[in-house]
Design a protein around this ligand. Sequence first.
Ligand code: NAP
Length: 431
Amino acid sequence: MEDAVSGTTVDVSVQVVRVGLLGYGGVGQAVARVATSASGRLGDAGILVKCIGALARDLGKPRVGPDIPLYTDPDDFPFTDCDIIVEVLGGIEPARSLAARALRLGIPVVTANKSLVAAHGLDLQALARQHNTSLYFEAAVMAGVPCVNTLARRPLASGAGSFAGILNGTSHFILSRIARGETFDAALVEAVERGYAEPSSDADVSGRDAAEKLTILLHLAGHADVVVRDLPTRGIDDLAPWHAALAGRLSGVIKPVALATFGGADAGAWVGPAFVPTAHPFAALDDVANVLQVGVGGNAVTFTGPGAGREVTAATIIDDLVEVASGQRLASRRPVGPPIAKALRQIPQGAWFLALDRVATSVGDLAEFLAARHLPAVFVASDHDRCAVITAEAPVSALTDAVDALEATGVHVTWLPVLPVATAGREVSRG
Ligand SMILES: NC(=O)c1ccc[n+]([C@@H]2O[C@H](COP(=O)([O-])OP(=O)(O)OC[C@H]3O[C@@H](n4cnc5c(N)ncnc54)[C@H](OP(=O)(O)O)[C@@H]3O)[C@@H](O)[C@H]2O)c1
């Protein structure tokens, strides 16, 4: 039998899945393209994905995706003709209310929207349970690396007490370029030219995108009380090649990390640039690579792979569609972990990397100055009136006291946490 939409020959045993796309931008059009280009492999899995319509704002906009019916008014959108809704609008509204509308109709929803899942994923999952359907969001966190559904199905793995990762490929690319001597602005332009960043890449550069992804992971670990703004977050736009060069002389690289430890007394979080010692496995990753380490030491599990573009994101969405269509119901677990939000509002105690500009004293005097403020220097590298220090482990209060005192003398300080290097079964800080 020949399918009228795709022109492909359809095995009658193949299940036709009618998909409604909320959003027909970069990812929405890629989903429709991949549904056609991968129809052979999808057919082998017993599924034919038919995109029956898409919601968009501007009917006059040029589109590169297949020509499917477009709707601008959600009230005209044929929800009840859809077996599955794919939400790729971005942002919170109208994405939240339209996803909720589909779930109330008992229609499963697949989304790539991390802002939506971080802010309302738990409510939407509860709504899905109530209406005997499901919400899938593998593409919302490291779309190129299948970790979300794995963690969702494994409460013991996701509750390992710590997440550490590089969750944003755009900021990773920019810092990798800065490490090669490019300015922040030039690296951002290159990221846009290569299609890794949108011209308005504030969410990537400010750390908000990574904070949303880390929040989603913490929800998967059962900690429903965490909201994005709990996580101490800093952007990467004040970093320059000289910071990277001095980090290199102290045997490290600067990477955009997302870190949360929540299993014990040293709970805390950080989303932003960090000094990563070259002995740490993240140091060897470059460009747009993503990584997530769950747990620490010998029990850690690491997921790693390429940062996602539109096509990879679309393929991940379609893999979710296949799971839904084949009757799998992702266990949307009720949150079971204790509240940890308050503990995550602090940066974990550890060693610190300080990059100092306009230093007028000798390295010896600087070391004395820091030691007197309970922030002993362990390694120092200097270059004219700039220098960098790795300190011993110290609480954040010692760091901020020392930074304030240095800045009062006219020195400009950029500080970063040092990512601990884990050895079998325990954490060892580089300091
Ligand atoms: N781009 C990636 O590589 C990537 C990777 C992983 C996850 N994601 C996530 O996927 C989602 C979509 O990203 P994208 O890059 O495809 O975004 P995009 O290109 O901006 O597309 C958004 C689409 O939604 C439509 N839209 C937005 N607001 C609307 C409204 N109020 N009413 C009707 N239509 C509306 C837009 O319509 P018009 O076309 O008419 O403007 C557009 O078709 C986001 O949540 C993003 O975080 C993207």
